[in-house]
Design a protein around this ligand. Structure first.
Ligand code: JFZ
Length: 461
């Protein structure tokens, strides 16, 4: 063990009520909204095929020109209640919203910056309205905060001189002030989602990442903080130099998921985040962004894979410059929501199904904290790839038997055939274009399964 002062806080996962609630939620909405939604990927007629929230950087816009966008932040179509209701209909149980992205613009009237909503025509506390609207719908709120800041004069990427170190210390003081300000203004939030922490300057300040996590948790007991904040004494990120997770859950999966068979990830809490567009988090008004836009079936498939591996999925929405949601994203939310309304039990409050190996045709999930030795247990089979035969073969773990199968949303027991002690087969209904979910009622096997196959090369183990 390498001795560390700023390494992981604990070896085990958190089991307090806030963390258990976060884990059971499984599905959250990410919202990236800021000035970048106004140019939406195009600067002076040039469309840049890269994330819209990076436009200031990728089109080399000066601080001053970028700051002038604030005059156009008019909130003409901004309806946070509609945002919150859309997220709720989709089946999301929490939202993570950008308070300040890399461009430094603050969605709340921060006392520590002049580049905030206070300097826009409405002067409204946009963040406060968002927090209230989502809370009113019963969703938990997490605040995204970028440490990287292209606006602040004291931000540094590297610390090459005493001057750099002094400037960056001032910067960290500013970030601390802002974060404590957020905790004070919005004490009802459940957590903080840090970003923009990958530069050498931050990695050399593991002590600050450790301290800010402590301070936020002191102000908001139970606050949940992602691993992306953290660096240890040696600049190791997410996992410390001894391999232990820092922060409360791993937030390294971005626009990718662990392999479906990689059960090792469920040893700790994690959350993946994904764009709906090709690769832009902020609203990008272009053919490029639309080309890769995800369908509801793809989102549900990612969600199923995530839950089967013990993670949460944060799916991103990029409201437009006027604050309105793009109709295509509302339609997506409703299509996912229609599926969740029937099949949500396989997601909310669910996690990996112990003993049930990745089946290839989809994913298994099971209620969290279910006793696997209970006389009756539930397993959800989420079918994302219907075999061309129309027959689903289900490999049953040793010592377990499937007692009944029904489709979620339908009480009728479905007939299935028992192939042997370890395999059953189910005839599938025609595809609806969305994943099918079956609830398997299982229990300890009562029957050894007839004659044993004498050839060990054939026998199932
Ligand atoms: C960051 C931001 O730069 C981006 O604008 C967005 O907010 C996203 C959620 O986070 O982008 C990243 C961060 C981490 C990785 C890739 C892009 N990563 O770990 O692969």
């Amino acid at each position: 063990m390498i001795p560390l002062r700023y390494g992981a806080e604990r070896a085990e996962r958190r089991q307090d009520p806030a963390m258990r609630a976060f884990r059971a939620d499984r599905f959250g909405q990410f919202v990236h909204w800021g000035l970048y939604a106004i140019p939406a990927g195009t600067w002076h007629g040039r469309t840049i095929e890269f994330a819209a929230e990076f436009l200031m950087h990728s089109a080399a816009v000066s601080r001053q020109d970028w700051a002038a966008l604030a005059a156009g932040f008019t909130l003409d179509g901004f309806d946070p209640v509609q945002w919150a209701r859309t997220a709720k209909r989709m089946g999301a149980r929490y939202v993570t919203v950008t308070t300040k992205h890399h461009d430094g613009f603050c969605l709340w009237p921060s006392a520590y910056s002049d580049f905030t909503v206070a300097a826009t025509p409405s002067g409204r506390d946009v963040l406060g309205e968002i927090v209230d609207a989502y809370r009113a719908e019963g969703l938990a709120v997490h605040l995204y905060y970028s440490v990287l800041d292209w606006h602040h004069p004291d931000w540094r990427y590297t610390l090459d001189s005493d001057e750099d170190r002094a400037a960056f210390d001032r910067y960290l003081r500013f970030a601390t002030d802002q974060l404590l300000e957020l905790a004070e203004r919005y004490p009802e939030v459940r957590g903080f989602w840090f970003d923009g922490t990958w530069d050498e300057s931050v990695k050399a300040n593991g002590r600050w990442t450790h301290e800010i996590e402590r301070l936020l948790k002191e102000r908001i007991p139970g606050a949940i903080v992602n691993s992306r904040l953290r660096a240890d004494d040696r600049g190791e990120r997410h996992f410390d130099s001894n391999g232990a997770l820092m922060g409360d859950y791993e937030s390294g999966y971005e626009r990718r998921l662990p392999a479906p068979w990689d059960r090792s990830v469920s040893a700790h809490d994690w959350e993946a985040c994904a764009t709906l567009t090709q690769a832009s988090w902020g609203f990008h008004d272009s053919v490029w962004a639309e080309r890769g836009r995800k369908t509801a079936a793809q989102v549900v498939e990612q969600l199923a894979q995530t839950v089967s591996l013990g993670g949460n999925l944060l799916i991103n929405f990029g409201p437009r410059g006027d604050g309105s949601l793009a109709p295509v994203e509302v339609a997506l939310a409703d299509a996912v929501g229609a599926w969740m309304a029937v099949n949500g039990a396989a997601v909310h409050g669910s996690g990996p199904a112990d003993g049930w190996d990745y089946p290839g045709w989809g994913f298994y999930t099971a209620p969290l904290d279910q006793d696997p030795a209970a006389p009756s247990a539930l397993v959800h089979a989420i079918v994302t790839r219907i075999p061309v035969s129309g027959l689903l073969s289900i490999e049953v773990p040793a010592g377990v038997e499937v007692r009944s199968i029904r489709a979620l949303g339908d009480d009728a027991a479905l007939p299935f055939s028992v192939l042997d002690a370890r395999a059953i087969e189910l005839a599938l209904p025609a595809s609806t274009g969305m994943p099918l979910v079956f609830a398997l009622e299982t229990g300890p096997a009562t029957d050894a399964g007839g004659l044993r196959e004498p050839n060990p090369d054939v026998a199932l183990v």
